[in-house]
Design a protein around this ligand. Structure first.
Ligand SMILES: [Zn+2]
Length: 497
């Protein structure tokens, strides 16, 4: 086996993966409803090919050969080998029939989750969830290497190197810090005016403003596009093709505009990974948390910055043809960043969002490390909302049934919160050399984009998240920067002190 042959096999895998992703994008953006049966056949065929390429005889040969003859690989070849080996081991250790059984159970769980939501009754989803957890626990024993607890094994898959030990400490600090900020603004703050946020803004105005912002921030529309989807997402096939999606509500301009700011951040990541990694798994992200940091950097560090809006608000007013002419800038900005306890994660504001994630983290830890029975989960969920956010769900739809994640995956949620912390830490590091606020005030976004390209995005999956963070910011994960960022923002919006 030569490196060339190995890389040719890896290329086939990447082509199959990106073709499946293209199909997934099409399903969510424009596929005719009645095409679904044929599409299922197409996808099943491609998936079967993919599984064969990833775990078949030829790949096994490559894995064994280069384990013994690593020196025959170039530096890039070695990095590709290590990455492919990770995926190979993960797949190979689970017998094919168990993998299939899990996928079947997951699609059944999805159907039951939809039914349970309609009835607002967790009871209809309970058994599916119990089965998925049991199967995952079995997989964990097969995957486990030197991880301290079962849940660490799951964390490791999305955020290599992340542990319960680190998260317990970091999340503990974040939770306390955010609750402190919330208490201060509740006692001393002035509630911003928000009535104007529901003023009607035609969809085409919103789209043109969102596209204009994305372009200015560095998303390249000659290598990407924006479409509509019920559940917005970004999917990238290679650095020349990153697809954004959004949804629009004419009575809530924030949803679509901040949604695009977020997704184009994911898109910028895809567009700026080194082209050297093309056709290899190194073109992906080092972790889900780092990918999320790139979207949240755009949505929160830039998109929630007062100087940014100082520059952009007049343009927004202009595009909206007078609809906001009676709203002064201070009022507008404060309204955008109002904070309020809410039950639904995806509707949460910047200050409370991470608390929603911490609740899910604690729930997942209970499922996998404390073996709590599924019957108890809704009550535990509700108790946590009452304890941390001060509000209690009135039914399971407002509570434990709100997220789709547990119909297939566990261990993903912490990535969202890590993205917030990474983004804040990156902004702090960047501010040592760039005058961040002045750049935003002038609408000069290029130096910020370049910093993120050079320090984060270019590496793709060729480095570990811990290392990219340390190299870019000079230190390990430190939640202090997120808390500083939130305190500064919310004390300003609520006019505290
Ligand atoms: Zn995201």
């Amino acid at each position: 086996m030569t490196e060339k042959e190995f890389l040719a096999l890896v290329k086939e895998i990447e082509l199959l993966k990106s073709t499946l992703a293209l199909s997934g994008w099409d399903i969510q953006t424009g596929m005719p409803e009645r095409a679904s049966e044929y599409r299922a056949e197409q996808n099943a065929f491609l998936s079967q090919l993919l599984f064969e390429r990833m775990t078949g005889e030829k790949m096994t040969l490559a894995m064994e050969y280069f384990a013994k003859n690593r020196v025959e690989l170039s530096e890039l070849g070695q990095k590709v080998y290590d990455k492919v080996k990770e995926g190979y081991d993960k797949k190979r250790v689970i017998p094919a029939e168990k993998d299939e059984a899990y996928n079947r159970e997951a699609s059944k769980a999805f159907t039951n989750w939809i039914k349970a939501r309609e009835q607002k009754d967790f009871g209809l989803f309970k058994d599916s969830l119990a089965n998925l957890i049991a199967m995952q626990k079995e997989f964990i024993t097969l995957w486990r290497k030197d991880e301290k607890t079962p849940y660490d094994v799951l964390l490791n898959q999305y955020e290599p190197g992340m542990t319960v030990e680190i998260l317990d400490e970091v999340f503990g600090k974040v939770r306390e810090g955010i609750m402190q900020i919330r208490q201060t603004i509740a006692e001393k703050g002035i509630e911003p005016r928000v009535d104007f946020l529901s003023r009607k803004v035609p969809k085409e105005f919103q789209i043109s403003f969102a596209k204009e912002l994305s372009t200015a921030l560095g998303f390249d529309f000659s290598r990407g596009r924006l479409d509509e989807a019920v559940h917005p997402f970004m999917t990238g096939f290679n650095y020349n093709d990153a697809r954004l999606t959004s949804r629009w509500n004419e009575e809530d301009f924030q949803m679509g505009i901040f949604g695009v700011l977020h997704e184009q951040g994911h898109g910028q990541f895809e567009q700026n990974v080194s082209p050297d990694f093309e056709y290899t798994p190194l073109k992906n992200t080092m972790s889900m948390g780092i990918h999320e940091s790139q979207s949240l950097f755009q949505e929160i560090m830039i998109g929630s910055n007062k100087s940014f809006w100082k520059k952009q608000y007049p343009r927004f007013q202009e595009i909206c043809e007078g609809r906001f002419d009676d709203i002064d800038f201070e009022t507008f900005f404060a309204g955008l960043k109002r904070s309020q306890s809410s039950l639904i994660r995806i509707e949460a504001d910047t200050l409370t969002y991470v608390l929603h994630i911490i609740i899910r983290y604690e729930m997942e830890k209970m499922m996998f490390n404390e073996n709590v029975s599924v019957e108890k989960l809704p009550e535990l969920w509700n108790d946590k909302y009452e304890e941390i956010l001060g509000i209690r769900p009135q039914n399971d739809l407002e509570g434990i049934l709100q997220d789709v994640h547990w119909t297939s995956d566990f261990g993903y949620f912490p990535s969202y919160a890590l993205g917030y912390m990474y983004a804040s830490q990156m902004k702090h590091a960047m501010s040592q050399t760039l005058d961040f606020d002045t750049l935003l005030k002038c609408g000069e976004y290029l130096p910020i984009k370049q910093w993120l390209d050079e320090n984060v995005r270019v590496f793709g999956a060729s480095v570990k998240p811990k290392d990219v963070l340390k190299n870019a910011t000079g230190e390990d994960l430190n939640p202090k920067y997120l808390l500083e960022e939130l305190e500064k923002l919310y004390f300003d919006v609520y006019q505290v002190g």
